[in-house]
Design a protein around this ligand. Structure first.
Ligand SMILES: [Zn+2]
Length: 264
């Protein structure tokens, strides 16, 4: 069978199609399936002439298995410590990951990779801040991304409000929120999109708390992805759109950056 793949330096990323028969079997588990998949993956890497040392198997944007070739022989060491239970599936879309150093959880409700909103593999360099320019909650924003009536390909990673954070895409997969196209160097393909929700609500305290939660999340993402503060940017930097409007109107961009820095 064929895999989608990407070679980055000495690493080969193999993307297992979530919808294929193989991945269905694979996700339903059984160690023998994993062993069969290992063999297929190693055979494939030889077929394409991969001469690096590390293969990472990616399902739904999550690295589920790392295969390391040993230097002397054709033997391989397989680290499959990530359990299959970590993978999002249609029956199990809601998960919560606590952010250890701040007092808020990340709720996960991932888009499927056939949703038309799911991008390609990325190693995020930027964190891009938006306002939703409406009064809906972060959860309703994510629900809307999932709704069948929503045929737009627009997508983002996180929606944040005064009470909750919801995540719709893994940070290793790009979304379509920057408005600067699909080029490999576009912000779309290299940034994590954070939507600050309820930005037109008639309650300044609510909006302030949403901004504060977004600053915490941004600090967390910077640490997770090893991004410098210079790479925390506004939607405006990518497309010229007046976004995030609430931050611009009430505090200014530098104030948001100061809030992020206060959590580092
Ligand atoms: Zn925006």
């Amino acid at each position: 069978m064929d895999f989608d793949y990407l070679i980055k330096g000495k690493e080969l990323f193999m993307f297992v199609d979530f919808d294929s028969e193989l991945s269905k079997e694979f996700l339903s588990s059984a160690k023998s399936n994993i062993n069969n998949l290992n063999k297929e993956i190693i055979d494939f890497s030889r077929k394409i002439g991969f001469d690096g040392k590390i293969i990472k198997v990616v399902v739904q944007g999550v690295v589920i298995m790392t295969i390391t070739f040993s230097a002397e022989s054709s033997n391989v060491d397989i680290d499959d410590t990530k359990t299959l239970n970590n993978i999002s599936s249609a029956d199990d879309t809601k998960k919560v990951t606590p952010i250890s150093f701040i007092d808020i959880d990340i709720n996960k409700y991932y888009l499927s990779n056939d949703s038309g909103k799911f991008g390609m593999y990325m190693n995020p360099s930027y964190i891009m801040i938006h306002n939703t320019a409406n009064s809906a909650s972060s959860y309703n924003e994510i629900k809307y991304l999932h709704s069948l009536q929503n045929r737009s390909t627009t997508s983002f990673h996180f929606a944040v409000d005064d009470e909750e954070i919801w995540q719709a895409l893994p940070t290793s997969i790009n979304g379509w929120h920057a408005g600067d196209g699909k080029d490999v160097f576009s912000y779309n393909r290299n940034s994590i999109g954070v939507e600050i929700a309820k930005s037109t609500a008639h309650n300044d305290l609510m909006k302030d708390n949403a901004i504060e939660n977004a600053a915490k999340l941004t600090a967390y993402l910077m640490i997770e992805n090893d991004n410098p503060i210079e790479n925390v940017i506004a939607h405006n930097d990518a497309s010229g759109k007046y976004c995030p409007h609430d931050i611009y109107d009430r505090y200014g961009w530098d104030n948001f950056i100061e809030r992020v820095v206060s959590y580092l």
